[in-house]
Design a protein around this ligand. Structure first.
Ligand code: C5P
Length: 241
């Protein structure tokens, strides 16, 4: 794996709430990571300007808004995400096949294959346990639901899923080599574990089959964030195929 390929696997989680901080991070890291994740807190605070700020610094965006609504509303929201020029956007697979199909068809109709955002499904949130599922009436084991929803997402036109590192193997086996797997819960060997519980190192996650790694605090809280990003690239390459 080349250095560029390893770098492009890193998605930096922009867990900030204002445009000024985005400028700071994007300026520092746009040549050091492959993409920036804009989530609900930042998008609710700063709106589309958050995406524009990253792009102004030459960065690409994963819009992590996890849509779950009636099919028409989700399809329109995905089109809006595409018009903002994001590379990745996501929705909840629990919204069902019609919701995912409509979203997939809408973006494929409006954008060329090169330009369209890649659509990811969230299967079961990693914060959910067996008890969480039971409380909402789902009696199946979490692992079974994760694979079932990943397969459904693929059949419904999704390009991939967001998954915990420990789910990568089962999803890869069920959904094949071309299905994108994006994983948070990654901790480089030099970093603190923070509140992440089911973790892997970047090299382990890539070896298990992850296409992209979402990494926040190991870079954001490092004394030297640029060096931390470079060390993560080193780790991916050292473990790489
Ligand atoms: O700082 P850290 O590397 O833990 O950040 C990971 C990012 O991925 C955060 O934005 C967090 O909300 C997100 N995330 C996560 N674990 C999940 C799903 C998403 O840490 N299971």
């Amino acid at each position: 794996m080349t250095r560029d390929e390893a770098k492009n696997k890193i998605i930096f989680a922009l867990d900030v709430d204002n445009l000024k901080d985005i400028d700071g991070w994007a300026e520092k890291l746009s040549t050091k990571v492959g993409m920036f994740k804009v989530g609900k807190e930042l998008f609710t605070s700063a709106g589309p300007a958050a995406v524009e700020a990253v792009k102004r610094h030459g960065g690409e965006v994963f819009l992590d808004l996890k849509y779950h609504d009636i099919p028409n509303t989700v399809a329109q929201a995905m089109l809006a995400a595409g018009r903002l020029g994001v590379k990745l956007a996501n929705l909840h697979a629990l919204g069902g096949p019609e919701m995912m199909e409509k979203a997939s068809q809408a973006v494929r109709k409006e954008f060329s294959d090169n330009e369209r955002p890649r659509l990811l499904a969230v299967t079961i949130l990693t914060s959910s346990t067996q008890d969480t599922l039971k409380a909402v009436g789902i009696e199946h084991p979490v692992e079974e639901m994760v694979v079932r929803l990943a397969k459904l997402a693929k059949e419904s036109g999704m390009d991939g899923v967001v998954a915990s590192p420990l789910e990568i193997g089962a999803i890869r086996a069920a959904c094949g080599p071309d299905f994108l797997i994006v994983t948070p819960g990654v901790r480089p060997s030099f970093a603190a574990v923070d509140d992440q519980k089911r973790i892997m190192t970047p090299a382990e996650a890539v070896k298990s089959g992850a296409d992209y790694l979402v990494i926040g605090r190991p870079i954001a809280k490092a004394t030297d964030p640029v060096q931390a990003a470079e060390l993560i690239v080193d780790e991916i390459m050292a473990g790489g195929q």
